[in-house]
Design a protein around this ligand. Sequence first.
Ligand code: MN
Length: 343
Amino acid sequence: MVPCITDSKLKEFRQMMDGAERITVLGHTHPDGDAIGSTTALCVCLRDILGKSPVLIFPDTPADNLLFIPDSGIPCIYADKSPSEALSAIEGSDTIILLDCRSFSRIEQLGAPCRAASARKILIDHHLDPQEDEFNLVFSTPDISSASELLYWILTGIFGRALPEKAREAILTGMTTDTNNFANSVFPSTMQMASELIADGTDRDKILNLIYNCYRENRIRLMGYMQCNEMRLLPEGVAYMVLTKDIQERFGYREGETEGLVNVPLTIGTVRMSILATEKDGLFRISVRSKKGTSAQNLAVRFFRGGGHENAAGGKIILGEDVPSAALVPSYIENSVKTFFAL
Ligand SMILES: [Mn+2]
């Protein structure tokens, strides 16, 4: 059903897993529900089905609201908190599996040691332009909802549908957050997977409650403030918002609490693209969302050092390199938009 999954690749993957002693599983920087869900599901299956002891590593710590996803029994290293532990796990591994990003360049400071490691390397991803030459085995297609879904078809292709409950929950969580609860990037295979997971007893109500109904009051007030006071509309049909350190402090903002905010302006009929810039440690993290026919991906690649998917992409603006100061971020965004749509 998924074209990048062939019997011979499944066989190769199974053989690599059977022969692996020290497996390191990695997800991308600023890990989202799909990065955490897919890596967690893989680790749980490697442990519970094959008896392996995988280690999970992320370049930085996920937002609090996503911490329900990891399995407490899987050792998980956040490299921003434990850099030397992360490095020695990578250097000591015989197999490295990267999920939900197209290349080692997406795991920041961990990319170089992963490239240099003598381990065999596997990629499981759904972004555009996978860096195939960095890996021994690649499963990659953009025609799927999420890395979690791609992993589901790999795992069930090897082990059948009797996956551990925690793995099924993590996969359903990753797909749900990446599709914004079935709003985008939904394929027939996505519905098929959801149907199988629910038929197999996965508790979707519990997952939806954990994803969408466990925020703090601060988040709702901040989201309202941003929409009311900080949303700018440009003549190109682009909306943008800049979440500065000042505003973050005023609302006691925590990482992850603006999840979904960038999608809101797209509900305006005349808006075809929405940009959210969030200040963080000398840079602004950029999220771009677009309607069909406008490429968030191209804008992110050209102006924001990033990429992702056609209608959902990300990147950054680095202070001191792209702009001299935070105050000039709005005009950098406006000029980028003007240039992009004049092309
Ligand atoms: Mn993803």
